[in-house]
Design a protein around this ligand. Structure first.
Ligand code: NCD
Length: 305
């Protein structure tokens, strides 16, 4: 693997290898000094042309836990505002000496362009509504921790599928690992090409609710128009929200996931979000570990501890 750009087409064995490494790095993160020298001397640049809290910090924490140096780029304060092109920006940063770039961009495909221009591995940290592969890995790890496997686990991905790069990545990772995936969305929020995805579809959450082992709630992507195809957010919540009432009807050991940032009271009730069977903070923690696994894999570090 030279870059990690998409989850589509990544083989089961590759995903499992990354999750296994993720498990080992979780153990590192539990140590009193949560750090290994694996990537000493390497520099990881996080280049987020679109806002982010957890993904950027998670990559930075992952890099530092492997003893890599980090550099970060934010468009607001950069020469982008003077009109510098994406290509000139990334070539400038590469010339300073970086070993890997993590790229988030509002435009679909931007990380692929960057990968063509630079000589170092590129990780897609989320491109438009297209892909977010490390999110899929951390979610797969979180579900695997609960059920020991994804084989036969029934996962519902609920909500604004159309605008979701998380759904477009997760569906491939979950299916590759043997999960049975159902996309649950109003017809207006289901992409036309969802028929080609490895998943069933429905627009009736209550119809499938009691069969699911894991319910993956997506954020209503207001900034991408996700709220505009709905009469009101209250209507959305009534039909697709994880209310306390729906939560109480789930299988007793079923779990709830959300990539964050959550719209509490819209796709997830505040009480459900704080329940121990909502794995949101496990997801965040696992995110650091799987990103360590990805950096380790792409930078070929020595595991000497
Ligand atoms: C997601 C994203 O930015 O794609 N968040 C994340 O990375 N944790 C999901 C979202 O914004 O809804």
């Amino acid at each position: 693997m030279r870059h990690l750009l998409s989850m589509e087409g990544v083989e089961r064995a590759v995903i499992e290898g990354l999750l296994d490494d993720g498990d080992e790095f979780l153990e590192v993160l539990d140590r009193p000094i949560p750090k290994v020298p694996t990537l000493r001397g390497k520099t990881v640049a996080t280049m987020f042309f679109e806002p982010s809290t957890r993904t950027r910090l998670s990559f930075e924490k992952a890099a530092k836990s492997l003893s890599a140096d980090t550099m970060s780029f934010s468009p607001g304060t950069s020469s982008l505002s003077k009109g510098e092109s994406l290509k000139d920006t990334v070539l400038t940063i590469q010339a300073m000496g970086v070993d890997l770039m993590v790229v988030r961009h509002a435009a679909t495909g931007a990380p692929w362009r960057v990968a063509d221009w630079v000589d170092v591995p590129v990780v897609n940290g989320g491109d438009g509504a297209h892909q977010h592969p490390t999110q899929a890995l951390l979610d797969a790890l979180t579900i695997r921790q609960r059920f020991t496997t994804l084989d036969g686990v029934r996962v519902g991905i609920v909500g604004d599928i159309r605008h979701s790069r998380v759904a477009r990545s997760n569906v491939w990772a979950f299916a590759a690992l043997g999960a049975e995936v159902t996309l649950v969305a109003p017809p207006t929020l289901l992409p036309l090409d969802a028929t080609t995805w490895p998943a069933a579809t429905t627009s009736d959450l209550d119809d499938v609710l009691t069969e699911l082992d894991a319910v993956y709630l997506l954020r209503v992507q207001k900034e991408r128009g996700g709220a505009s195809v709905f009469p009101s957010l209250a209507e959305y919540t009534a039909r697709f929200g994880m209310t306390v009432e729906r939560f109480n009807r789930l299988k007793p050991d079923a779990v709830v996931l959300h990539p964050g940032p959550m719209n509490r009271g819209v796709e997830i009730s505040a009480r459900v979000a704080d329940d121990p069977r909502a794995l949101v903070l496990d997801q965040v923690r696992n995110g650091v570990a799987v990103r360590m696994a990805v950096l380790y894999q792409l930078l070929g570090g020595e595991r000497d501890e």
